[in-house]
Design a protein around this ligand. Sequence first.
Ligand code: NAP
Ligand code: MG
Length: 403
Amino acid sequence: MEKIKMTTPLVEMDGDEMTRILWKIIKEELLEPYIDLNTEYYDLGLEYRNETNDQVTIDAANATKKYKVAVKCATITPNAARMEEYHLKEMYKSPNGTIRSMLDGTVFRTPIIVKGIEPCVTNWKKPITLARHAYGDVYKNTEMIIPGPGKVELVYTAEDGTETRELIHNFTGAGVAQGMHNLNDSIESFARSCFSYALSTKQDLWFSTKDTISKKYDHTFKDIFQEIYDTEYKEAFEKAGITYFYTLIDDAVARVMKAEGGFIWACKNYDGDVMSDMVSSAFGSLAMMTSVLVSPNGYFEYEAAHGTVQRHYYKHLKGEETSTNSVATIFAWTGALRKRGELDENPELQKFADCLEQATLNTIENGKMTKDLALITSIANPTVLNSRDFILAIREELKHLYQ
Ligand code: NAP
Ligand code: MG
């Protein structure tokens, strides 16, 4: 069989620990036998980040701007323990944070649904994708402990020196106060990322805030979304047969619990933090969650939502067998390959991505899976495979599906 050709490179960001081991097996066993892989490779493993003073992360983000599609392996975010373990010159920032701020993007997290791994919420039949705004609000707040009676105000000093004041509270005793902010530019980018991702995946978009209580702050979010929708996306949404739907956050929560899924839920920073953990754990497993960073300029970076699975890696280093789930990492590749195929009008590449996803799901539905899934599956007597054998089982399935 002739291998699939790729006209434009895909940006490939390698990573750390157990996911780096899986990365190599996935490429060798599932991708390279079928595709003339055309990638521009960046080694985001911590050793090489340290060697290049993290320049490699910046180069990888710039390459993503150039080629528009990237696939990323999980990477270590250094902490004190890692400083010692890897003899780091400094405590580098999280690569995901660096890339996200360079691409000005929003992260969309989607569970992978497969028969045999049932969500706790029984009416969820299709994935619910969560989009979290990644700038400002309580994550960039300024707080004050108020020790006793006194007045707390918000003061805005314009460039010409004029002051505008709003009373927060006349304290008669001790308490607390906090100031937070957001930027129209950032909210606009968030809105555009959400609308373009909804179009690109042909799913309805929900957005929720607490605008009835927060009549200026949250209402600005609501207004910016509506304005951008009306002027830039309404026509395209109608043509695609999808809708944009705004509702209050508490109403959204109630509706999500009753819904069957199949939509994107955009949330402010804090709501997204909390709701994404709730939705992902209710869907079953962190190892079955994909994540894509979408920039308002149409750059896409695909990855698994989980980390480098450090505990399994140390077992692997000791020569012990591991059963690490590679599904989310495989889906990061298929997401990126399908998007590459769409942009380059390469239907064969898109077909391959579909087949590889189907082969992965079939393997699990046939009862072959890694240990984490075997613990939660409703399939009787599953076969537990080690990290490599699970990928090889997918390859067997792929041989039948893709020809
Ligand atoms: P983790 O790698 O997500 O793993 C936490 C635990 O979840 C594992 O020990 C394992 O449980 C289970 N798990 C996660 N993924 C799994 C998979 N694919 N297959 C089977 N089990 C899986 O989180 P962590 O251990 O807290 O973090 C390790 C490193 O990852 C850290 O250095 C962190 O900075 C980094 N990280 C990177 C990213 C990213 O690049 N996007 C995201 C998060 C964390 P059991 O041990 O019980 O089997
Ligand atoms: Mg959280």
